[in-house]
Design a protein around this ligand. Structure first.
Ligand code: SF4
Ligand code: SF4
Length: 194
């Protein structure tokens, strides 16, 4: 293994580093270990270092998926972004007041307690009602997601209504075409619950 030391001490250096991510995550750096440090964005640098040093695809994707979920959860907790339900389990959004569990009512996975899983794509979804009240994170806000290829990012954008394991599994496949085939099957399954 070859070691690459990266020092990032300014915003310009950080932006230049982000532009090099496609090369660092590619097969060209399969046998390179990264030591990344600096005075700007220390948490992000630590996450990039961890992800780049995970050479096993499954372990890398699982780390990225779960870490992005943690980042969203921390941001939402810090900014009071939480959906409120009344005692009957009905949320505030006027468009979702006919069934329990808000927007999750459309998902065949939901339980009476809400979501039984943790799916990154669902974490980005907020209804218009919530988006008017708050500013939830978008995919662009989470720079760590640059570790995914453009097709993988597109899968994250669209892959709601699945369990964490399926979400990670489809990212491991990394094929947008296969994802579309899977989505057609999923659509019929979702349609059956209406
Ligand atoms: S995002 Fe909107 S529709 Fe979904 S649970 Fe929250 S308030 Fe309800
Ligand atoms: S998988 Fe997504 S849509 Fe389904 S219950 Fe969980 S958060 Fe809701």
């Amino acid at each position: 293994m070859k070691q690459k030391n990266i020092q990032i001490n300014s915003e310009e250096e950080y932006q230049a580093f982000l532009k090099r991510i496609p090369m660092y995550r590619s097969v060209l750096c399969r046998f390179t270990t990264f030591a990344i440090s600096g005075t700007v964005h220390p948490e992000e640098l630590k996450d990039f270092e961890t992800a780049l040093n995970l050479k096993n695809r499954k372990r890398r994707i699982t780390f990225l998926h779960d870490r992005a979920c943690d980042i969203i959860d921390q941001y939402n907790a810090a900014n009071g972004i939480v959906c409120h339900y009344n005692s009957d389990g009905i949320c505030e959004d006027p468009k979702h007041q006919t069934r329990k569990n808000g927007c999750c009512c459309h998902c065949y996975l939901q339980t009476s307690q809400g979501c039984p899983s943790r799916n990154l794509s669902c974490k980005f979804y907020f209804c218009d009602h919530m988006c008017k009240k708050f500013r939830p994170l978008t995919m662009k806000d989470i720079e760590l997601l640059r570790m995914f290829t453009p097709s993988e990012r597109q899968i994250i954008k669209e892959n709601v209504f699945v369990k964490r394991e399926t979400s990670i599994g489809l990212l491991r496949l990394g094929s947008y075409l296969l994802f579309c085939v899977y989505s057609i099957v999923k659509f019929y399954r979702i349609k059956n619950v209406f």
